[in-house]
Design a protein around this ligand. Structure first.
Ligand SMILES: [Zn+2]
Ligand SMILES: [Zn+2]
Length: 341
């Protein structure tokens, strides 16, 4: 079997790896589709190799073998990659904070006992059985491959939902922003304003229900005009670049809320005086629980959340390098690209 890994800045290499039978608590997944995440692109642009376990962390596939101790899934099941359930034995679990399990967190970043030798840019992956979730049978493969990032946004909006009627602002209309927009609408936001430099993505936001979709250069004036000078009740930061942390604060009203979802690499410059003046409440979110994963699949399968609109193309694994170059260039017309191994 073969796998593609980011081995250095703007370098993707293919490896032929030996297939081995699963250990007793492992399953072997034949990968059907794997999405390219913004963090994969960040890793591609950064010096040094990407962490192999997280390079391609949004996939669906079919189980071709299971270990002797595996009972919750069977050979032939269609599954989706997820974080493991809470371990029950780490200090956070012992403290009753099962949803803040430290083992789950290390797995989320591809470390610890649930780490894998590589990610889903491969035709096959052997993985601990705790990492797979049974796919809702009503989902297409394309939808199933996009559940992981949609669940990230679901978890974040569920933790920091708009109140009914709130003016909600979403910064960034990539796959994370467009998914967040839909959760924010489902959660009862009043007016929604999306801020995004790419025109194709702005139009996509409008087609998915955003009331306004604007370029960042006019965001401050536009938001002031549409909020009697107050700013948004809640701002979801989904652009994931350092400069947009402060701009999220700037677009919120005094006493408003900001939710950080996009992952900015490196430090972000902030202006503490403006944070204090606004008495702003900032929250951050990462990951999801298994139950939230199930809930996400429910919303997608009954059509309340549209992931098909986010899927802009499927490529063969052999074309992955040129697609990464295109996505890293910043001018790509793609939103979510799926890779077929
Ligand atoms: Zn991701
Ligand atoms: Zn734990």
């Amino acid at each position: 079997m073969h796998a593609a890994l980011i081995t250095d800045q703007e370098t993707i290499e293919f490896f032929e790896l030996e297939s081995s039978p699963p250990e007793k608590d492992q399953v072997v997944v034949d990968i059907t589709l794997c999405g390219i995440c913004g963090t994969d692109i960040h890793a591609f642009q950064s010096p040094g190799p990407a962490w192999p376990s997280t390079c391609g962390h949004e996939w669906t596939g079919v189980l071709s073998a299971i270990g002797s101790d595996v009972t919750r899934v069977s050979e032939g099941d269609r599954v989706i990659i997820g974080v493991p359930p809470s371990c029950g034995s780490c200090p956070a679990c012992h403290a009753g904070q099962m949803d803040k399990c430290q083992t789950v967190l290390t797995a989320t970043v591809g470390r610890g006992p649930y780490q894998t030798p590589h990610g889903g840019f491969a035709d096959q992956l052997t993985i601990h059985q705790g990492r797979v979730v049974l796919a809702n049978s009503e989902l297409s493969d394309e939808q199933a491959a996009q559940i992981e990032p949609a669940a990230i946004c679901f978890h974040a909006v569920r933790a920091n939902a708009p109140r009914l009627g709130d003016i909600a602002i979403v910064q960034g209309a990539g796959p994370i922003g467009l998914s967040t927009l839909q959760w924010v609408l489902a959660a009862g936001a009043g007016t929604t304003i999306v801020v995004e430099p790419n025109e194709t993505r702005r139009n996509l936001a409008l087609s998915l229900g955003a009331h306004h979709s604007i370029d960042p250069s006019i965001a401050a004036d536009f938001v002031a005009d549409h909020t009697r000078g107050l700013g948004g009740d809640i701002v979801y930061e989904c652009a994931g670049v350092p400069a947009t942390v402060q701009s999220a604060i700037d677009l919120a009203r005094r006493g408003g809320r900001v939710s950080l979802i996009g992952l900015a690499m490196g430090d972000a410059p902030i202006n503490p005086r403006r944070w204090l003046n606004k008495e702003i409440k900032v929250s951050a979110a990462l990951g999801y629980t298994h139950e939230e994963f199930e809930m996400t699949m429910g919303f997608v399968s009954d059509g309340r959340i549209d992931l098909d609109a986010l899927h802009s193309g499927t490529i063969d694994l052999t074309d992955i390098a040129e697609t990464f170059v295109d996505l890293a260039g910043g001018q790509s017309q793609h939103t979510k690209v799926l890779v077929r191994p």
